[in-house]
Ligand binder design. Structure first.
Ligand code: FUC
Length: 802
């Protein structure tokens, strides 16, 4: 055990999992009432199965999800084989500065919309309602992923516990009463096609997802939901199995009832027919029924106690890698909704900030596990048939932001679903590159889905190019490949898996770049997601050439290609092409206002406070711009952030926390964090529209979008540790408000685990454990020192050696 962890273990051991003692429960989120809205319910998940726990004592609902349950089937990437033929025409219009014509013609370079993530169904529990409820408490222990609801029904103590096990792949529900007073009926319903049945001690729901679900923003259009009649579409099976019950069971195909029990244990097993992105889940699907049965019979071999132990070990093993305390504060004696409201009103609650940081890690552990599908726009938690933005993968910020905390907060394995998804994207993306752009390599556009679609969306011309015609997701996803390597130093993985994918993305970029009017290489057509410019004549548009964000993404990829090639010591024909191109990329420009230009020319923004800050990609998540290496560009980025202002949606504010942290301005990053944690009313009728956080701590765009949670967590990490260019920067953006505290277990690039403790806003001690022997530069404030370190041997940094 690392030294700084010893002190923290005592706190961990003392953790309380019920509401009777509410002090020092910094890993417990609790309410004193059931959830009325989804945004008050607790998310539980094992990466694959998701549940939202509402906790009503009389009529309870558990929302069920499974990560692979999507509408649709394999995408036909050849959907618009002639699209590329319009490219020259768009370019000609652009280079004669006729942006309006370019914007009209570029609509020919569009394909279909993505498919939607589907809601599996709801489990209903109707408890007998003769009695008075008292001492109600609903809590979620984010350290162990266990939710507990406790209350008294008259004089009987009732407890309901739920968790979803990754090792055993089932959800476990345990209901207990101090007397034989548990009487309830259970049934299941779905917004999808479904039927239910009962046999033995198992209740079944079998269902089917549509073969097409239109994005919700397309409104009430014909055939918004389409089911197939010849066997296409994703099937699913859900089984609720009664593992233990000391009451009287009655059942029919609609549901089952249990009377006069003191203990009931239910296992929920779910499987879908998903068989890979390129197989029809209906015609070539897996046998979801036998899969669900198999999972259930394996899990049923364990007692409840064993299942819980195995779950807890698995979950805490990941969660406990990072510990944080800000100002050594404890939680106020308030339910989370009241706590968030008090915080929004200005109260000091550093423990809430620490809890929020850890909640992002909790959500990543719960929604993204090796072998699975990447966390989507709502992670895995969705109750809409046509969810907001299809709950798909939006690649111009959102799906990447989901994975920003993965490496730095020591959850590298949760990154794998995204990293493995990239290989699938490269397959459809090669066809998109050829048919939409006549380019080599692979590309990916604004949206994707479980079918790894990569085409520009818009329904063949109906989408606004401001979001539809952006195809730079390849380089952005490649940054994730690079980061995984940078943090883990897994050279074999880099060489065998990541490198070919990165080269494919680079090939696309090389072919897509053209010589612009000033002789530089530029992207054309180009956009700066999802902002619009006012050109020199004050005319509004979104299609241009050489947006700063495109150039930054390509420059970032090319830099990494050159770096990796040197590292792997390979002779590669691509490298010469990249080396010849990189110096001709249109460079960053500083505008008249001192800002980092977003557009090729120094144009005005139609919306100066636009939520996207795509032109700052080089500041964060990439590291092309930094106060130490490129101070002029860093000043310009700062000016851009100031001009953009501190408003925005949930994810927008989260991005700005990270950006201010990279500018080493901890106080501004802290202000953004506070803005991000603004209470957002769960009732859509009275919802605050400028981002924020719902009572259950899920991010509010609004509506609920999980990206802001992950971006908020990475932002806090970024304030406390950064690592670039062979240097570990300790407490780089510590805000004045966090005068003391510790954070243990963050990871730094190069393969280091870092513990830090500070007091009176000064670093007391840092302990750095290297994965391998090397030489490392440490930065704290203006001091920089180099140390030689040995694998596994802690390096202690304190006032004696620094
Ligand atoms: C991008 C954003 C929107 C939203 C959507 C899912 O298009 O501009 O605000 O977050 O993704």
């Amino acid at each position: 055990m690392r030294p700084l962890q010893i002190a923290c273990l005592a706190v961990a051991m003392a953790l309380l999992t019920c509401c009777s003692d509410r002090s020092q429960v910094s890993r417990i989120i609790w309410f004193d009432s059931p959830a009325t809205f989804f945004e008050e319910a607790f998310p539980l998940g094992n990466g694959r199965i998701g549940m939202m726990i509402h906790g009503d004592p009389f009529n309870d609902i558990i929302v069920l999800n499974e990560e692979s349950l999507w509408a649709g089937g394999p995408v036909d990437p050849y959907m618009n084989p002639d699209a590329w033929k319009y490219l020259d025409e768009v370019r000609e219009a652009l280079f004669r500065e006729d942006y309006q014509s370019a914007e009209r013609i570029v609509r020919n370079i569009q394909g279909k919309f993505s498919e939607s993530y589907a809601p599996l169904g709801d489990l209903y529990f109707s408890f007998s309602d003769s009695g008075t409820i008292s001492e109600y408490c609903r809590n979620l222990d984010i350290r162990s992923g266990i939710s507990t609801i406790q209350y008294k029904l008259n004089d009987v103590s009732i407890s309901r516990e739920a968790f979803i096990s990754y090792p055993d792949q089932v959800a476990v529900l345990k209901f207990t009463a101090s007397d034989k007073a548990l009487s309830f009926g259970t049934s299941a319903k779905s917004l999808l096609k479904f039927n239910t049945s009962f046999s033995g001690t198992n209740y079944y729901m079998d269902g089917l997802a549509p073969v097409h679900a239109e994005p919700s923003y397309r409104g009430d259009i014909p055939d918004a939901i389409v089911y197939d009649t010849v066997g296409k579409g994703m099937r699913y099976r859900m089984i609720v199995s009664i593992l233990e019950n000391d009451g009287i069971l009655t059942a029919n195909d609609e549901g089952f009832s249990i009377e006069d029990a003191s203990e009931v244990i239910l296992l929920v097993s779910i499987a879908t027919s998903y068989n890979g992105f390129d197989k029809d889940p209906g015609l070539e699907g897996k046998d979801e029924r036998s899969l669900a049965e198999k999972i259930l019979s394996s899990a049923s071999l364990y007692s409840y106690k064993e299942l819980k132990r195995r779950h807890r070990e698995d979950f805490t093993d990941l969660f406990d890698r990072v510990e944080i305390s800000l100002n050594y504060s404890s939680a106020p004696d308030l339910p989370i909704n009241e706590r968030l409201k008090a915080y929004t009103a200005g109260s000091d609650d550093p423990d809430l900030e620490a809890l929020y940081f850890q909640f992002g890690r909790y959500l990543l552990i719960s929604s993204s596990r090796p072998g699975g599908i990447p966390a989507n726009l709502q992670g895995i938690w969705n109750h809409h048939l046509r969810p907001p933005w299809s709950s798909n993968y939006t690649a111009n910020i959102n799906s990447e932001m989901n994975y920003w905390p993965a490496e730095v907060t020591n959850l590298s394995e949760t990154h794998m679903p995204l990293l493995e998804f990239i290989e699938r994207l490269s397959i459809t993306g090669a066809v998109t590159a050829k048919t939409f752009y006549n380019c080599r390599g692979w590309c990916c556009s604004h949206n994707s889905d479980i079918w790894a679609m990569t085409n520009p969306v818009g329904d063949f011309g109906k989408g606004h190019p401001v979001w539809a015609n952006w195809s730079m997701a390849g380089p952005w996803y490649c940054l994730h490949l690079y980061e995984h390597f940078a943090f883990t130093c897994d050279t074999v993985w880099l060489r065998d898996y990541a490198w070919p994918l990165m080269k494919g993305a680079a090939r696309f970029c090389l072919d897509y770049l053209v010589e612009g009017p000033d002789g530089y290489l530029v992207t054309a057509p180009s956009t700066s997601p999802e902002n619009e410019f006012l050109d020199a004549n004050g005319i509004r548009g979104s299609t241009l050439y050489g947006s700063t964000s495109d150039m930054a993404l390509i420059r970032g990829l090319f830099n990494k290609i050159i770096e990796i090639n040197r590292f792997l010591d390979r002779e590669d024909e691509l490298i010469n092409e990249v080396i010849s191109a990189i110096d001709y990329l249109y460079p960053y420009q500083i505008g008249e206002k001192g800002n980092l230009q977003e557009w090729y020319h120094d144009w005005q923004d139609r919306d100066p406070h636009h939520r996207h800050i795509s032109h700052l990609i080089g500041l964060y998540p990439d590291n092309q711009i930094s106060p130490t290496e490129t101070p002029d560009l860093a000043d310009a980025a700062r000016r851009s952030l100031e001009l953009r202002g501190d408003g925005g949606t949930g994810w927008s504010k989260a991005w700005k926390i990270n950006a201010w942290a990279r500018l080493l301005d901890g106080n501004h990053a802290y202000d953004m964090l506070r803005a991000h944690l603004t209470y957002s009313d769960p009732d859509p009728a009275t919802q605050y529209t400028g981002g924020g956080t719902f009572p259950n701590l899920l991010d509010s765009h609004p509506p609920f979008q999980i990206d802001g949670n992950f971006g908020g967590t990475s932002g806090i990490a970024e304030m406390l540790l950064q690592s670039h260019n062979g240097e570990i920067h300790l407490l780089p953006a510590l805000p004045d408000r966090w005068s003391s505290g510790y954070i243990n277990g963050l990871r730094a690039r190069g393969g280091f685990t870092v513990d830090q403790k500070w007091s009176n806003n000064e670093l007391l001690v840092a302990i750095i454990i290297p994965d391998r022997s090397c030489s490392i530069q440490i930065r704290y404030r203006d001091q920089v020192k180099r140390f030689d370190v040995e694998a596994g041997i802690p390096l202690t940094i304190n006032s004696l050696n620094f």
